[in-house]
Design a protein around this ligand. Structure first.
Ligand SMILES: NC(=O)c1ccc[n+]([C@@H]2O[C@H](COP(=O)([O-])OP(=O)(O)OC[C@H]3O[C@@H](n4cnc5c(N)ncnc54)[C@H](O)[C@@H]3O)[C@@H](O)[C@H]2O)c1
Length: 331
């Protein structure tokens, strides 16, 4: 039998994790927990998983080798610390936690227990982003001069669970939840940290107390300017990252379609999209557990994303440009 794996949280993203784990035979799904036990039962049916309402009881009883934490953001810290203390390798959904202090608590517990842990920043495993990263690395487009990252889509839709709209439970709104994807893809594709931000947020959502939009001017460690524009209000959905170089441009749309210009119009570049991105994520997790090497999205890296998000909130509050606390090296 492979690494016995348990899932904590049977919500909207849980099924993607189940599919990812199933694709890697070295993992064996054994159990699932959700306070809504009915949901756990429904989701656990296919794999005949043992179902629990209390994740602590599941971890104590099942003693899994690995735990997947797919819970509301405010619960990432307590579940990660508990599972690490019980010897489980950890796949923690993004964002790592809702503050740098909480990230540090998780890292300390992981270090003490000697388990492997990573955060599921899915942008790393998207084929278009991986090819974009290679293009940036090979330098054929010249010098990077600016980046625009734009993502719009209705954040306040009725089907989004309530906890997403409470700052104390979600750590923030649009920027914490989806801005973190933008921050991740910008930093990871370019291999450079964002180290300054000036942000302006709005709070016009019809639910809760979190921001519904954010416009962020930022600079990376080499002074390259980056605009992040996120709107969660009604309008035409858009999800586009554009990297502009002296010798051309790269565009990633919807997380899937990659285009490159070397002068003139964009031309579509085919990417290998055959493999499930969650399967790639679990292949990375497996390799990290087996070899002891850091996963592509280590805790230090994921902490760096939270450092930027926290700085965005601080910048909005004080109205100034903020230096992002020093973050770990991008892998
Ligand atoms: N990587 C991605 O692209 C992506 C996409 C969606 C969600 N996410 C992340 O996944 C995580 C979960 O998001 P979601 O959309 O599935 O949320 P969700 O609200 O649909 O699911 C959370 C589940 O946790 C359960 N839960 C709450 N408290 C619990 C507790 N104490 N013990 C056990 N279960 C408990 C809830 O009943 C719910 O079923 C979040 O961190 C979110 O940001 C990531």
């Amino acid at each position: 039998m492979g690494y016995r794996t348990a899932v904590i949280g049977a919500g909207r993203i849980a099924n993607s994790h189940l599919s990812g784990v199933r694709a890697i035979p070295e993992f064996a799904l054994v159990a699932i927990a959700d306070v809504n036990e009915e949901r756990a039962r429904e989701l656990g049916q296919t794999d005949r998983l043992n179902c629990y309402a209390d994740y602590r009881e599941m971890i104590r009883e099942e003693k899994p080798d690995a735990a997947i934490i797919a819970l509301p953001h405010y619960l990432h810290r307590e579940a990660a610390v508990f599972c690490a203390e019980h010897g489980c390798h950890l796949m923690i959904e993004k964002p790592m936690a809702i503050s740098l202090n909480e990230c540090d608590e998780i890292s300390a517990a992981v270090r003490r227990s000697g388990v492997m842990a990573m955060v599921g920043h899915t942008q790393h495993y998207m084929a278009a982003n991986r090819t974009a990263r290679e293009l940036v690395r090979n330098g054929s487009l010249g010098k990077l001069v600016m980046i625009n990252d734009t993502r719009h889509g209705d954040y306040f839709s009725a089907d989004r669970p309530d906890w997403f709209f409470r700052k104390e439970l979600a750590g923030g709104g649009r920027m914490m939840n989806l801005g973190s994807h933008s921050i991740d893809r910008i930093q990871w594709i370019t291999d450079r940290s964002i180290n300054k931000v000036k942000a302006s947020l709005t709070f016009y959502g019809n639910r809760g107390d979190v921001e519904g939009s954010g416009l962020v001017y930022s600079e990376n460690e080499e002074g390259v300017p980056i605009m992040i524009s996120q709107s969660g209000y009604k309008g035409a959905p858009r999800n586009e990252l554009e990297l502009i170089f002296t010798g051309g441009m790269i565009r990633v749309e919807g997380g899937g379609a990659l285009s490159v210009s070397r002068g003139g119009s964009y031309e579509r570049v085919e990417v290998d999209s055959g493999e499930l991105l969650f399967a790639r994520q679990y292949a990375d997790f497996l390799e990290a557990i087996r070899s002891g090497r850091e996963p592509e999205c280590s805790l230090d890296y994921a902490r760096g994303v939270i450092a930027v998000v926290e700085s965005i909130y601080r910048s909005h509050e004080c109205g100034h440009m903020i230096e992002v606390p020093k973050t770990a090296k991008i892998l």
